[in-house]
Design a protein around this ligand. Structure first.
Ligand code: CTP
Length: 406
């Protein structure tokens, strides 16, 4: 490993290019040249098998950077090379990616420099698989792809054609132009929310009836957590105010946990003072028991009715004091989705309503997938069914584009 050839490329974006052992490995050289021409700093990381198809010297010469091909090199530049590479990456591209490395990525295996770096990075993962058609179609590979997609990886689907083994079918590495488009799109997202002070509300609220019983709902909080995490990765300064969930605090996000709507209202309104963007994904309970019992109610004493009072509408209150802020709300609908979303857009002075079709069985609340329509002053965009992670990216894309116009 030749650390001395690294030169300071200033603020050039960095793509860490993972290359795996496949006949299409030579195409990684063309990808490298195109990225370098774009002004991107490319750092190659190769599996041992990849080095049998292309020499590290070729990549080192094309990138003018050291090439990482083993966990056991002596990295003069950084004491723990896979971690420094992982941190340097703005985008982690793996092209070509074999079925074997795909499987390792899906299970979080880290047994060489490439998979260790992939596990350690927070950068978006763009994967361009290449393999024999039967390996591609195998249920195991398709399962691994679903796992990776749901986790937020961008898969650049292989093309159909004649394969190196003589078979004809899907499995050829995608056109280089398609891979470059995917990488450029991800680079465009890097830091597009830099410095934006963002407030995200998430999860359900629990409204106590007595010390052990409550009124709540089935919101998992996932969408809000993913939005907070994605926005922080893209440079936003994010505060997440969440009701009870089983999710871990997102990395790099200031997370405040509350239980009731009244508590969420207090914390969110304080954070609102300095927020520039609000994404209200919380499923705030509209009502709370008027007088929660201080003691657990015995079943013999069960009341025939629980008197309820309205909770504050946090987002409506924010809309009434909107100023220059951007406000994003959610709507859960089962019919006339766009019309209801438009009413909400106007009623709460919102810029975007993410209208969730919760009438579709198996989607929406407590599921990992959604079908939504983005409704804004500019129009509507019906999104295809997608994972909540992918939805978080779409919402951040919308916010990033809006920031760019400001
Ligand atoms: N919201 C809020 N505070 C509340 C209720 C809702 O901040 N007390 C926010 C939610 O986070 C969401 C939006 O307002 O962004 C939802 O608005 P709402 O009018 O409650 O819509 P629905 O839940 O779809 O209910 P409805 O059936 O009454 O339209």
């Amino acid at each position: 490993m030749d650390s001395e050839i690294t030169e300071d490329r200033g603020s050039a974006p960095t793509v860490v290019l993972g290359i795996t052992g496949c006949i299409a490995a030579y195409k990684a050289c063309e990808l490298t040249r195109a990225l370098v021409r774009d002004g991107v700093r490319v750092k190659a990381v190769m599996t041992e098998a990849a080095t049998r198809f292309v020499g590290p010297l070729t990549l080192r010469t094309l990138t003018n950077e050291p090439v990482a091909a083993s966990l056991w090199d002596d990295p003069a530049t950084a004491p723990v090379h896979h971690i420094s590479l992982a941190e340097e990456a703005d985008v982690f591209l793996i092209a070509p990616c074999t079925a074997n490395v795909l499987a390792k990525l899906a299970t979080g295996r880290a047994d060489d420099i490439l998979t260790t770096t992939a596990l350690a990075t927070e950068a978006p993962l763009v994967i361009a698989p290449a393999m024999n058609v039967h390996m591609w179609r195998d249920e195991a590979t398709q399962f691994n792809l679903r796992v990776l997609r749901d986790r937020g990886a961008i898969i650049v689907e292989p093309a159909t054609g004649e394969l190196a083994c003589g078979d004809v079918g899907e499995g050829r590495l995608a056109e280089l132009g398609d891979i470059l488009d995917a990488v450029r799109a991800e680079l465009g997202r890097v830091k597009d929310l830099a410095g934006v002070r963002m407030l995200v509300t998430a999860g359900p609220t629990y409204e106590p009836i007595d010390p052990v019983r409550f009124i709540g709902n089935r919101s998992s909080g996932k969408t809000g957590f993913y939005i907070a995490e994605e926005a922080a990765r893209r440079g936003a300064d994010v505060t997440l105010v969440t009701g009870p969930t089983h999710l871990r605090d997102p990395f790099g996000v200031h997370t405040v946990r509350v239980t009731t709507a009244v508590e969420m209202h207090a914390v969110a309104m304080e954070a609102y003072e300095t927020a520039q963007v609000v994404v209200a994904s919380a499923a705030v309970s509209d009502f709370r028991p008027a007088v929660p019992s201080a003691e657990k109610t015995k079943k013999e004493d069960a009341p025939s009715a629980v008197e309820l009072v309205r909770n504050p509408d946090i987002l409506a209150e924010m809309g009434a004091a909107k100023g220059e802020r951007t406000l994003v709300g959610f709507a859960a609908e089962t019919s006339e989705i766009v019309a209801h979303a438009r009413e909400k857009l106007a009623a709460k002075s919102l810029d975007l309503v993410v209208a969730n079709d919760v009438g579709v069985a198996g989607l929406g609340f407590a599921s990992d997938r959604n079908v939504v329509t983005l409704v804004s002053g500019e129009g509507e965009k019906q999104l295809s069914e997608m994972s909540k992670r992918a939805l978080a990216r779409e919402i951040c894309d919308w916010l990033g584009a809006r920031q760019a116009r400001r």
